[in-house]
Ligand binder design. Structure first.
Ligand SMILES: [Zn+2]
Length: 93
């Protein structure tokens, strides 16, 4: 009886630790810019690709200046608006 109770307690604790990473989607460690941040980046870029100056099409890319994989944070300060071709070229580097 006591054993099954502590088993249950352990499972509850385990579930709690699994739930925590959900907060990551709200933090700067997440991978993608949200809609609000994209809107700001678009304004800063004046609707033009930061790299080549072409008018940003639908589906333009919010890019990390310091790549996310190298620890770059998902912040406006570390973001730039790129057209898809420029972003793909950058990714190929
Ligand atoms: Zn471009």
């Amino acid at each position: 009886m006591n054993d099954s109770l502590s088993d249950l307690a352990l499972r509850v604790l385990h579930n709690r630790t699994q739930v925590q990473p959900v907060d990551e989607s709200l933090s700067v460690s997440r991978r993608f810019f949200n809609d609000g941040e994209r809107a700001v980046l678009y304004e800063i870029a004046e609707g033009l690709c930061t790299e080549c100056g072409v008018a940003l099409p639908d589906g333009w890319h919010a890019d990390h200046l310091i790549p996310h994989v190298r620890g770059g944070l998902t912040l406006i300060d570390n973001g730039q608006a790129l057209c898809p071709p420029c972003n793909l070229r950058k990714g190929a580097r």
